[in-house]
Design a protein around this ligand. Sequence first.
Ligand SMILES: [Fe+2]
Length: 405
Amino acid sequence: MPRTWPDPGSTRIPYWIYTDQDIFDLEMERIFCGSSWAYVGLSAELLEPGSFITTNIGDRPVIICRNGDGELRGFVNRCAHRGIKFCRHRSGQTKRFTCPYHQWTYDLNGDLKGVPFMRGVNGQGGMPEDFDLGANGLQQLKVIAHNGVLFASFDLNMTEFTTYLGESNRYYFERVCDGRELRLLGHSRQLIRGNWKLMFENIKDPYHASLLHVFLVTFGLFRADQQSQVKMDRTGGHGLLISRKGEQKATDATQDIENLREDFKLKDPRLLDPVKEFKDSATVVMQTLWPNLIVQQQSNTIAMRQVQPRDPSSFILAWTFFGYADDDEAMTIRRLRQANLMSASGLVSCDDSEVIKLAQDGINSDIDGYALFEMGGRDTEDTEHMVTETAIRAFYKHYRAVMDL
Ligand SMILES: [Fe+2]
């Protein structure tokens, strides 16, 4: 640093944004701890007063809980005394949080309620007379629930969530999270050895799925010639891939695919077995919400993928699979069976984690190089096909504005 972005604009992405620690630190400050709504969990994970979950917004550990009145609260999981990440449980139920080191105790609003030996022992030691418990609480977050999904912001004056989403992203968000009670089906977490932005590039580039993911192509779930749209919000930070499964015959859209085998059949076709359940004809909708969420609907698997950057070259991808409280048993089993395509060992998404690591391995060895994004042109418009990198260009247009690069 300072670094200069190469010309011409968003079709060239310099490799130093994937490797530089100063850039990473600035991303945490401006993107994750700035004016954004970060996904933190589902309401279904916080049903009772006193229930809490811990997660990360960027590399910052946070706690989201319901206080005694059932209201949502969020604060940084870092003791105001000496910086200890005091809560070590993924989830639980409690009346208070106590730091293990010197037992500073906080209530469910994040307010400091107790400091051992505050008045000293036998008249000796202790905190100064004017030490104010009220001024030493945990760093607060703003937390909201929208149709059963929890978002938090470090910006206490953050704009309304629906305004933040924009019109088309709100439509597709509410297509899946439509206000029905969500049922948590399970979590899975994986460490991916690549920069966090590579995950968004992966989802914002729909056509890779028709080449890399042999499973999808072979069994007819996703092809480059199916009717598709790529849409962005006005900032470019959020994006949508909307696609409809069509006829599965060999065409010129498949002749470039090295590994396509039309004669393959699944021994147990129930692994796929999709049923129509949403109000439109899309069979896959992948929504990327700035800065840390992928809302996935692939057939009947619905999941949140939360991106938690750790350092320039690794991130945690935390998956939350869910359905609806009114699903019948058969639908729940169908969702779980189809979930075999996803997460760390998924028949499809294991390919993504592998190529993301391979990308980072290549990038690390050439920090003066750059990636090329010219598929589908050089602009950042919405398209009615998927053979494009437009959503990646739009993402980096927004990224550069927020990062001032
Ligand atoms: Fe993929």
